[in-house]
Design a binder for this molecule. Structure first.
Ligand SMILES: [Zn+2]
Length: 198
C-alpha cells in the first residue's frame, strides 16, 4: 500500500470511530513515515490519550516532537513512555525510548535485566524477545512456518497470549480481511513489532 493510500484509509477510520486508538496510532505512523511529523503529532497524542498503555505510540510521538524541534516535550513523552513500556514488559519500545533519551542527552531510567545462563538455557528456558524475562519455552510451536519457529525459540507464553488478544484488536480495529495478502502483511508486521521480532 502507498503511504498516501494508508494516510487516507486511516484518516477515514479515525473519522468513523474517534475512540479507535490503533487507527490514530496507524495514522500517526503513516504521516511520520511520509515525512509529515507536524501532522502526525495530534494523531499520536490522541492515540496515547485513548490508550495510556500503548507504549510504541510514545516512541513515535517523541520522534515527531524531535522532528519539529520540540526537545522538551520529547523528553517528557519519552520519560512517561519508558515507564509504561517497562511496566508492561514492552522491551523493544523501552529500549528504543532509552536510546532516544540518550541521544537527547536526558536521563535514562535504570533498566531491569535478567540473564539467561547456559544452565537455564540447557533446562529449556528462553529469554523472551518482548519482555526480556527468562521463561520456559512454550509447549509447542504456536503455528507452522519460519515465524512460528522464531516465536517458539524466542517468545514466552505470557507474551504470546498477550499478542493473541492484541491481534484480535488489530484485526477488528483496522478491519483486516486476512484472506487479502496485504491485510495479512499488516497483521504479521503488527505481530512482529509487538513481539519484538523486528
Ligand atoms: Zn515475554
Amino acid at each position: 500500500m502507498q503511504e498516501t493510500d494508508k494516510i487516507e484509509r486511516f484518516r477515514n477510520m479515525v473519522l468513523a470511530d474517534p475512540q479507535n486508538d490503533l487507527a490514530f496510532f496507524s495514522l500517526g505512523k503513516a504521516l511520520l513515515d511520509a515525512g509529515q511529523p507536524r501532522e502526525a503529532l495530534p494523531a499520536l497524542m490522541q492515540a496515547v490519550s485513548l490508550n495510556k498503555g500503548l507504549s510504541p505510540a510514545y516512541a513515535l510521538l517523541a520522534k515527531s516532537q524531535i522532528a519539529v524541534g520540540d526537545r522538551d516535550s520529547a523528553i517528557d513523552t519519552l520519560t512517561r513512555g519508558y515507564k509504561v513500556a517497562e511496566e508492561r514488559g514492552d522491551m523493544l519500545p523501552r529500549n528504543e525510548m532509552a536510546d532516544l533519551l540518550k541521544q537527547l542527552g536526558a536521563v535514562v531510567p535504570a533498566a531491569t535485566q535478567e540473564t539467561l545462563t547456559p544452565e537455564l538455557s540447557a533446562a529449556g528456558n528462553i529469554q523472551c524477545r518482548r519482555c526480556g524475562r527468562i521463561a520456559a519455552k512454550m509447549k509447542e510451536r504456536p503455528f507452522s512456518g519460519a515465524l512460528g519457529e522464531q516465536i517458539y525459540a524466542s517468545v514466552c507464553n505470557a507474551c504470546f497470549q498477550l499478542w493473541i488478544r492484541q491481534g484480535t484488536k488489530v484485526i477488528n480495529e483496522l478491519r483486516l480481511n486476512l484472506t487479502e495478502p496485504a491485510a495479512q502483511d499488516v497483521y504479521d508486521q503488527h505481530m512482529k513489532d509487538f513481539l519484538g521480532l523486528g
